[in-house]
Design a protein around this ligand. Sequence first.
Ligand code: IMP
Length: 432
Amino acid sequence: MPATSVIGLQWGDEAKGKVVDLLAEKHDVVIRYQGGNNAGHTVRFGGNTYKLSLLPTGVLQSHVQSVIGPGVVINPEAILKELDSLIAGGIDCAERLMISDRAHVICPWHLLEETAFEKQRGNKAIGTTMRGIGTCYREKVGRFHAIRMGDLINKDRFVDKVREIVPFKQMILNALDPDSEQLIADQIIEDYSASADRLRPMVTDTTAWLLNALENDRRLLFEGAQGSLLDVDHGTFPYVTSSNSSGCGIHSGSGIPERAIGTMIGVAKAYTTRVGGGPFPTEQDNHIGEQIRNAGHEFGTVTGRARRCGWFDAVATRYSARISGVDSIAVALLDVLSGLGDLQVCEAYQINGKVTRDLPSCPDALQAAKPVMRSVPGWGEDITGVRNFHDLPTNAQQYVQTISELVERPVQLLSVGPDRDQTIVMLTLPGF
Ligand code: IMP
């Protein structure tokens, strides 16, 4: 049974959570494979809003087994908080959650180091979520002083590691910032051991389990976090996250081979947003951006930061769709554009006098890129109640067709509001 995957095609926050939630109904297993609690997924149904960060969206459906793969970095306290808030809301999913023993653990020094590094960067700060994500991944790649979930649940091994790491980290923190907080090994051991006791039953070799599930024809759904343009290898480096958030991360982050994926769905907003620093050619730092931000409630799920807003960038989105081999796109938040007047879509960049449809690899070139815009007439009608493509205003239909043409992918799904049913299914591909 070929697996399905959902990834973001922009700089994150594309409403992947809603698409995964819709697809989860027809799948047995939902897998998170990269990132950590820097992600924010909002799902709304039955009059309730659920905000997820580290947990796979599948936890909301009682028939789904949720898996957190080896490529994810885990803050034990954060995951337990999230589980507890779901339990308080009547969703007890701990029994349906598996966490890879290969996944790495975010420790207090990762958060402190990240704060110190961002401060050092000054006006070149990435604008991270300050969750210790990048510093934890750095330790993993450095293969020194890294702690995995398998170590966390082994009390003796964990204690030895913390006692070895803390003095070393304190030295670095003091050098970076003489006022840095002091790490207390005993306290860390006590706090993390309490979390480990609760997490132990969920920690297992998820790779072996997933490979068996695949061979037993279980329907797997891979849930990407962040967006492809934040991918550490293929995104707008250095203003990126520290994992492979494009489709390229699925195999390394889960242990499931590439050829197991049957359908790859890319999610894009009908406009573009970005949180944190970095180039953003179609940004509208003006009343249009403000209007989009207010209509789309564009404030970070994790940090509450106001998101930067701008027009749809077909150059960047097409690049993302191509690197991940996306079969189709889901266009979200189309309703936000109602009443905005005529709309613009970026179809090419002009860089140093040359017109290109390729995303430049150099941040300075992307910063210098002038978007070549195509104007598309807007619409004034409220479209949140529309459930059929042909019932949309003609200009809205034309707008969606323009996106599809420029990204060179069919549109599979349109979202016209946050609720599950505020969805227009245009194409039924395998997995849906
Ligand atoms: P980090 O992932 O916390 O290291 O942050 C690196 C960059 O990725 C920053 O610009 C963040 O704002 C951005 N980022 C990380 N996670 C998300 C997300 O889920 N949505 C949007 N931006 C994100």
